[in-house]
Ligand binder design. Structure first.
Ligand code: SAM
Length: 906
């Protein structure tokens, strides 16, 4: 993993590689001509637009560069506070810029985004570079993006999570999640109102115990949180919901982890599976009770697609567009959607989305999946025209033509089959299958209201092109095996109806599946008694795992594209499934072919019964997730040292090493995440991330010092439960400024006085980790937002345990200060270590007991010490937060563990 925030900080710099088969890399050196005969013919003749002006506006917009867009991320209260800086400081400055005699246009809020937290900026890059107010705004964007307070995201990509309507407490699955911008939105929704709920719980507890509640802006926080609407109180206000974010691509799954990590969610699990056969997840069940499986309230299927809606940011689309791109993806997209519908709770919602405008990848997939799931009695296509009313949109298509790879249009499967060029029509590689055409309705009640889908075109509100459909599960489904017979049977029914006026409603259901899936002993009703190891409510799909896809690395919203052909009818192809694993890491999907004739589920059953040791594989090794005993000595120690309230759950601490012993880091997860990890490890599930780092092992002097310091990531979760004995309160801006600016300010002599309001407390406090609570106040020199930061007291100094990037971002946001940080420990060391008078480590301390510079700190310097500003800007990997962050840790002045890759095992 690279430097924190690496790619997220890419604002207006050089072009990035994009999806859609090309990208701006080419645009930088050899501009791609925005022309493509087939592309223009296809969208020109599909009849998507309202007359010539509309058509013209569409193509003009599609050829224009895409505006920048971003949203303020994290908890609502925090996002609003960070946004306030843009509103009150940068926008007024930008408004003073004159461009060609006109005042510059500042960034604008998107009117339909909740709390107006999403923005777009149309100013061209060359202007941004030239004018100081833009340049300083740019600096703010980069800084806040790098610490995760701003998420750079395409406007249209923000829509699917909003239509998914996630509420706290829900169980959500994001099937194709990387690089994770939508997952980040989903996590925020799961955590909605958390801060205020927890504070209210604490207030109530204090009242019960006859104590004063902590004196700060609780009322304001309560107001912000819409507590009336939120209903997730069962875990003392902590969210009980869960997001499982999945991606088939391991590297991209890690990009997602990096992106989501800043949200510090204990309610996130990242998995690495093929979404077309995402495994059923077991839940714990009482002895003697039947097995329970996880069902989801909400599923996002933001599937890989041809990405032709991204042509504005990925000019490669213009060069590479061919009809086979969309045709080749349809089957996999439908499989993902069917799998999503299978795993959904009755009454739950799936949002299906693509950044393609092609009906073959959109309406055709929706109709195909509904058809396979048993029609509109089972799955409703939801009318969401009343949601996000200010978002301009067009209805889904109910009729369309299909272009074959020769550029010829066909109106229906029948027409296509009868086509003149028999060799083409019979060519299965051509990907033209019955399901890519508009659906065939056996009766008016079966007509899928595809107009309820949402289409977004570039010219409607200056965005990329996009497609969204919202589906609701009405009752349990048994998906029909995929294959031509479904649609063909319907066509035949229709023909028959036309001839003799009778429709055989049972025809499809009684049809023998072409792939034999329904006759498998492990499939359909006949198999229900045998299904001991998988969710009986899900019908087996006949799976052919997708072959290799081309994946472009792109931090925001990039589609992947298949380059290889994939059989559309999965009949005799050998089925492959994840290999068994005894320790949570699985062999690659293709390492263990399933015996021919068995379905994916059958294979999963065999797999889970497989007790052989895991095979050697190319799958990167993932350490197991092991929960530690609530009575473990380390748990006792931290509870005692930090005076953590007994009510805070002791059972959810986890380590990532095979011994199960706390060695370097202790993570915390929600209860549901724990249940899932504990129940499913060793069953072939590929978990790649879960848990927020809560405690980090720290070398320290002094017998009574707890060696486990609280990590800044975990602090928001445990903060409210830490006893006053380990809390320092801070109210004044200037005090925090000093602590942010200076690393390791000394307390020796009278130096503690320089720390103002906290000086005396700092002087007198014992060594080890404290929680610095920055409280809200109405004072002029007060804070609008409460914050909690870990603080370390060494022998003679204190230090905020905060990564440098966070310090810098806070200094810029709160104080408009972008001058370099001051590392006082380094200065002290350099002073003492003048060449002519270089004392031994013992001499150092003896010479000046006011310094904390000891042998380890010297070592740190010898190994390179802290990174200079220049080095950082030069992209040297930045790790940790202290002065000695890239080297060994001084015994008395701790640095944090690497702040990237913290999902990685110890
Ligand atoms: C359009 S991108 C998703 C963007 C993402 N939702 C976001 O908002 O950042 C599609 C993703 O699907 C993944 N993918 C492709 N085929 C998949 C499959 N069969 N199962 C799961 N993920 C898949 C790709 O690796 C890619 O990251």
């Amino acid at each position: 993993m690279g430097r924190r925030g690496g790619k997220r900080g890419n604002w207006g710099g050089k072009g990035r590689r994009g999806g859609g088969g090309g990208g701006q890399r080419a645009a930088n050196y050899d501009p791609i001509e925005k022309k493509n005969e087939l592309f223009e013919k296809y969208y020109g003749e599909l009849g998507l637009f309202d007359g010539p002006e509309d058509v013209e506006a569409f193509w003009t917009a599609l050829r224009r560069e895409l505006p920048n867009s971003f949203r303020f991320a994290g908890s609502k209260g925090h996002a609003l506070t960070v946004q306030e800086r843009l509103v009150s400081h940068y926008i007024p400055e930008i408004k003073t810029v004159e461009l060609d005699g006109q005042l510059a246009e500042p960034p604008k809020q998107l009117p339909w985004y909740p709390e107006n937290l999403a923005w777009e900026m149309k100013t061209p890059k060359n202007v941004v570079r030239r004018y100081a107010p833009f340049a300083s705004f740019q600096k703010f964007l980069v800084s806040e993006t790098s610490v995760g307070n701003i998420s750079r995201q395409e406007v249209v990509s923000m829509i699917p999570p909003l239509l998914l309507d996630v509420r706290p407490g829900m169980t959500v699955l994001d099937l194709c999640a990387a690089p994770g911008s939508k997952s980040a939105q989903l996590i925020e929704m799961i955590h909605g109102g958390e801060e205020a709920r927890v504070r209210k719980v604490m207030k109530d507890i204090a009242k019960e115990e006859g104590r004063e509640a902590s004196p700060d802006g609780i009322e304001a926080a309560l107001e912000q949180s819409q507590l009336e609407k939120e209903d997730d109180w069962s875990d003392d206000g902590r969210p009980t919901g869960l997001l499982i974010a999945n991606d088939v691509d391991y590297k991209r799954a890690h990009m997602l982890i990096h992106q989501a990590k800043r949200l510090n969610s204990a309610n996130l699990i990242v998995t690495n599976h093929d979404a077309t056969m995402f495994p059923s997840i077991q839940l714990p069940s009482a002895p003697g009770q039947s097995q329970r499986y996880l069902k989801y309230d909400r599923i996002l299927a933001d599937v890989p697609c041809s990405g032709d809606g991204t042509a504005r940011k990925n000019p490669g689309v213009w060069r590479d567009w061919i009809p086979a791109n969309g045709l080749g993806l349809h089957t996999m997209q439908a499989r993902i959607l069917v799998r999503a519908l299978q795993m959904l709770k009755v009454g739950g919602r799936v949002v299906y989305s693509t950044c393609s405008m092609n009906p073959v990848e959109n309406e055709a997939v929706v109709a195909h999946a509904i058809e396979r799931c048993g029609g509109l009695q089972k799955v409703e296509l939801v009318d969401c025209s009343d949601q996000l009313p200010e978002l301009k949109r067009r209805p889904g298509l109910t009729d369309w033509k299909v272009m074959d790879r020769n550029g010829e249009f066909w109106g229906s499967w029948e027409e296509y089959e009868k086509g003149d060029d028999v060799s083409t029509t019979k060519d299965t590689k051509n990907k033209v299958i019955p399901e890519v055409f508009p659906p065939v309705d056996s009766s008016p009640e079966d007509k899928v209201p595809l107009e309820r889908c949402v289409r977004l075109y570039p010219h409607l509100q200056d965005t990329g092109g996009f497609f969204v459909a919202v589906l609701e599960k009405k009752s349990e489904i048994r998906a029909l095996p995929e294959g031509r017979h479904n649609r063909v049977a319907l066509l035949e029914q229709q023909k028959k109806k036309a001839i003799d006026g009778t429709a055989s409603e049972k025809a499809v259901k009684e049809e023998e599946p072409a792939n034999g899936a329904a006759t498998s002993p492990l499939n359909g009703d006949r198999a229900s008694t045998k299904r001991t190891l998988e969710d009986p409510s899900e019908t087996v799909q006949d799976e052919t795992p997708p072959k290799k896809q081309r994946v472009e690395e792109e931090p925001s919203d990039v589609r992947t594209e298949k380059t290889e052909e994939q059989p559309t009818v999965a009949t005799e192809a050998p089925i492959k499934a994840p290999a068994a694993s005894t320790n949570g890491h699985a062999a690659p999907e293709d390492s263990k072919p399933t015996p021919a004739g068995l379905t994916g589920t059958a294979s999963a059953i065999l797999k889970s019964q497989d007790t052989r040791p895991p095979r050697k594989s190319n799958q990167p090794f993932e350490e197991p997730f092991i929960y530690i005993s609530p009575h473990h000595a380390v748990v006792d120690e931290v509870y005692e040292f930090y005076h953590i309230a007994a009510r805070f759950p002791r059972t959810r601490f986890m380590v990532r090493n095979a011994t199960g012993e706390p060695a370097k880091s202790i993570y915390y997860t929600s209860q549901l995440a724990k249940d899932i990890l504990s129940e499913n490890q060793g069953r072939g599930m590929k978990f790649v991330h879960c848990g927020v780092k809560m405690f980090q092992k720290q070398d320290a002097q002094g017998r009574d010092v707890c060696r486990w310091r609280i990590q800044s990531e975990g602090l928001p979760i445990i903060d409210a439960w830490v006893g006053e004995e380990r809390v320092v309160r801070l109210y004044h801006r200037e005090t925090l400024r000093k602590l942010l600016k200076e690393m390791f300010p000394t307390l020796g002599g009278e130096k503690w006085r320089e720390l103002g309001e906290i000086g005396e407390k700092a002087r007198d406090m014992s060594m080890g980790c404290f929680v610095l609570r920055v409280e809200q106040s109405e004072e002029e020199d007060g804070f609008q937002e409460r914050m909690a930061i870990p603080l370390w007291r060494s022998i003679n100094s204190i230090n905020l345990m905060l990564p440098k990037e966070d310090r810098k971002a806070m200094l810029l946001r709160l104080y408009n200060d972008d001058s370099p940080l001051i590392d006082l420990s380094k200065e002290r060391y350099n002073q003492i270590n003048k060449p002519e008078d270089s004392p031994s480590p013992i001499d150092v301390d003896a010479a000046d007991p006011a310094t904390d510079v000891g042998a380890d700190e010297k070592n740190a310097d010898a190994k390179g010490g802290a990174l200079s500003e220049d080095e950082e800007d030069g992209g040297v990997p930045l790790k940790g937060c202290g002065a000695s962050e890239s080297a060994s840790i001084p015994a008395t002045e701790p640095s944090s563990a690497p702040d990237v890759g913290e999902n990685q095992p110890e």
